[in-house]
Design a protein. Structure first.
Length: 307
């Protein structure tokens, strides 16, 4: 119930406008967000490099319906790519298609994505595409497949909570894709997604095994994006059984969650990457993080009482 309530709050325009005004809310979000500026995200990425942890930078924001705003976001990402190149940081970025104007038409968002991919390719940098709620899955898959035919420097997120995930994954494999496998973060109806966590976990493992087979054949880049320690153990065992070396097994986590495990995986020689989100538009994203682990609410309440 609490998870559903938090996911409802994440999409509520009135609360999105008003809750971030409270200092305790802004203070609590710092756990998951090094700061609102590009500089804060870049300097955290440099710090993580010291622990052999790579970073993927993501400007927060979604559901953009003003074309000028979407174009500003494209400019922001292009400047970010140039800055990463200037500082020779070898970082990746992650974008959301609704941030680049998916609601303003497929051509518009495809052109915007193309601008980012072209520059990233020129600079030899990599661009991930997030997967948003189920109403965007078809368009995101179409756009990714077209983009992947032109550019090798792009990867896509697949959500294991969707019944369709296995079919979608099979449809992507001929494109020699880069796949980030996640459980899924949105409130989806039971007609489209497994309502029970145990079923989502089971499907995640099933899709992971399929991806490991493809990685063993050299036909995909797979990033296992989860903090689930039981699943992390299982993936490492299965990778070893397939003769895949640790550096070919990539894990991704979110900034601020289970840092000790991130360092352990990096020390074992895995490709460990952390998504660092930044920017002022953090409210919906932060509510989804709370929904993933409602116990995090205690942290917010403590901030409310003591800050
Ligand atoms: C790199 C990355 C990219 C992602 N991209 C997308 C995307 O594009 N689209 C999408 O729908 N979802 C995305 N997600 C979110 C994902 O779908 C899950 O909602 C999220 O990762 C939580 O699931 P889990 O796999 O960690 O497993 P869970 O079973 O939810 O969590 C396992 C354990 O991890 C810890 N944990 C998990 N979440 C939190 C939290 N918020 N705070 C504190 N501890 C926590 C807890 O100890 C928990 O017991 C992404 C996640 C990652 C890591």
């Amino acid at each position: 119930m609490l998870r559903l309530l938090l996911l409802w709050v994440s999409g509520n325009a009135f609360l999105s406008r008003n809750l971030p005004r409270f200092r305790f809310v802004r203070s609590a979000v710092r756990r998951f967000l090094p700061g609102e500026t590009t500089e804060a995200a870049l300097s955290e990425a440099v710090r993580l490099k010291g622990s052999r942890i790579g970073s993927i930078l993501a400007l927060l924001g979604e559901d953009v319906v003003d074309p000028q705003e979407a174009l500003k976001i494209v400019d922001h990402y292009c400047e970010l790519l140039k800055e990463i190149d200037r500082q020779n940081l070898n970082l990746e970025i992650s974008v959301k298609l609704t941030q680049l104007g998916a609601d303003l038409g497929k051509d518009f968002v495809s052109t915007n994505l193309e601008s980012i991919l072209l520059l990233a390719e020129k600079l030899d940098l990599f661009v991930w595409i997030d997967m948003e709620d189920s109403s965007y899955v078809d368009v995101t898959l179409d756009i990714y497949k077209s983009a992947r035919l032109q550019h090798k420097n792009t990867g896509l997120c697949v959500q294991a909570y969707l019944y369709r995930a296995a079919d979608d994954l099979e449809g992507l494999l001929p494109f020699n894709p880069a796949i980030r496998l996640v459980k899924g973060a949105y409130a989806e109806p039971k007609e489209l997604a497994f309502p029970r966590k145990s079923d989502v976990d089971r499907n995640y493992v099933k899709l992971s095994l399929r991806l490991l087979d493809v990685v063993a054949e050299g036909n995909a880049r797979a990033a296992f994006a989860t903090h689930d320690e039981a699943i992390l153990v299982k993936i490492r065992q299965e990778a070893k059984a397939r003769g895949i070396s640790p550096n070919e097994v990539e894990f991704q986590m979110l900034y601020g969650i289970n840092r000790a495990e991130q360092e352990r995986l990096a020390a074992e020689g895995h490709n460990m990457q952390v998504v660092i989100s930044y920017g002022p538009a953090w409210f919906s994203w932060y509510m989804r993080r709370l929904a993933e682990r409602p116990a995090n609410l205690w942290f917010v309440i403590r901030k409310m009482i003591w800050d």
